[in-house]
Structures are given as structure tokens and as C-alpha cells.
Write a protein that binds this ligand. Structure first.
Ligand code: SF4
Ligand code: SF4
Ligand code: SF4
Length: 188
């Protein structure tokens, strides 16, 4: 099983996700970004991180989604150049998609400050690694995935991987569907 953290930190994200009938975690980034949440406080049951300070798998999901969908994939990436630990890498074989090597990252946020488009959100590059296994082994158990029922804004759900995609809905890797509205000049 490939978890989102592995996809993020080892560059294992499927570059060309395919549709399927399996149930995938659906994240509405528009709802996450409403500002109503100062910090995401969902409950998460990832097995290895149940102790304090606790794991929030959605943090890793948000980081993954922003690298895949929001980052402009610059030819001259200021974020990468600003990192003092060589923790950020542009994957040339994956269309310049970023990967953050978390064991090198010290969470200094230099990349966030350096990005001219503001696409690396500081809360998404934490010192402690958050991770998500999509609850693949726990589906069907009582209350799982916990994040879905504990999100107060209904930003999370499970949807079929064969869902009709529109211009703002994307498959990301093999287990994730992300809704994120494109920036439009007239709405800025
Ligand atoms: S799907 Fe499971 S592991 Fe992932 S954030 Fe939700 S509760 Fe945590
Ligand atoms: S937070 Fe600092 S160490 Fe981590 S990837 Fe960004 S610039 Fe590099
Ligand atoms: S994070 Fe910002 S600076 Fe880095 S490649 Fe993406 S858009 Fe460019």
C-alpha cells in the first residue's frame, strides 16, 4: 500500500491516476480554505500516530493536493532554491511536481516565503510528519474514516473513483479525489 506520506516524501505519487470503482477519499479544498477553520481539527485514526501530539492525515493530503494542483511548477523554482536543507525537489520526470523530503525538512518555512504565488501554505510543511493511509484497512469499521465524520464543514467524504470529473475536480494519485476551484481574475 502506498500512503500519502510515502507519495509525498518519496515521490511515489502516480503521475497519471486512472479511474476505478473503488471508494476514494474526496477532499473539498474550497471548504478547507474558507478560513472558518483556523487549524484543521479533524480526528484521525492513523495507527502509528495515535499518541499526542497526534496525527492529522489531512495535513499531508492538503500538501499533496497543493503540489499536484495549485503549484505553478516554475521553471526556476524559488521555493527549491530557498530551502537551506535541500529538502524540496522538483521531479523532472513528473512534470516538475514538487516532493518534500520530510526527514531533511526543518520546517523553517523559507519555501513558503520564497514562493511568489503563495502556494506552499506554512501549515502544510510541519516539522512532525503527518500521514494518511486512507483508512484502507479500517473501512467499514465503526465510524471510519474518523476524519470524515469529525470535519465540521463537510469537506471530506468517500466517493467512487469513477466519479464524473469537471474542470475543478481531479484525481490525485490512486486514492484521492480533490475539488479545488481554479483562480479566476474576475473573482480576485
Ligand atoms: S482517511 Fe483515515 S488516516 Fe486519512 S486522515 Fe482520515 S482518518 Fe486519518
Ligand atoms: S520548510 Fe524549510 S527546510 Fe522544509 S522544505 Fe521548506 S525551506 Fe526546506
Ligand atoms: S511552490 Fe511556488 S515557487 Fe515553487 S514551483 Fe510551485 S509555484 Fe513555483
Amino acid at each position: 500500500m502506498t500512503t500519502s506520506a510515502e507519495e509525498l516524501h518519496h515521490g511515489q505519487l502516480a503521475a497519471s491516476p486512472v479511474k476505478g470503482d473503488d471508494q476514494r477519499l474526496y477532499v473539498d479544498l474550497d471548504k478547507c480554505a474558507t478560513g472558518e477553520c483556523s487549524t484543521c481539527e479533524i480526528q484521525c485514526s492513523y495507527y502509528y500516530h495515535t499518541q499526542k501530539p497526534g496525527n492529522n492525515g489531512i495535513v499531508s493530503i492538503a500538501e499533496l493536493a497543493t503540489y499536484a494542483l495549485v503549484c505553478r511548477r516554475c521553471e526556476e523554482p524559488h521555493c527549491v532554491n530557498a530551502c537551506p536543507k535541500d529538502a524540496l525537489e522538483q521531479q523532472k520526470d513528473k512534470g516538475n511536481m514538487l516532493v518534500r523530503h520530510a526527514l531533511r525538512c526543518v520546517s523553517c518555512k523559507s519555501c513558503s516565503h520564497a514562493c511568489p504565488y503563495g502556494t506552499i501554505y506554512p501549515e502544510n510543511v510541519p516539522l512532525l510528519i503527518h500521514t494518511c493511509d486512507y483508512c484502507l484497512d479500517r473501512r467499514g469499521q465503526k465510524g471510519e474514516p474518523l476524519c470524515i465524520k469529525s470535519c465540521p464543514h463537510g469537506a471530506l467524504s468517500l466517493k467512487s473513483g469513477s466519479i464524473a470529473l469537471d474542470e475543478n475536480t481531479f484525481l490525485v494519485g490512486d486514492h484521492l479525489i480533490v475539488h479545488s476551484t481554479h483562480w479566476k481574475r474576475e473573482k480576485a
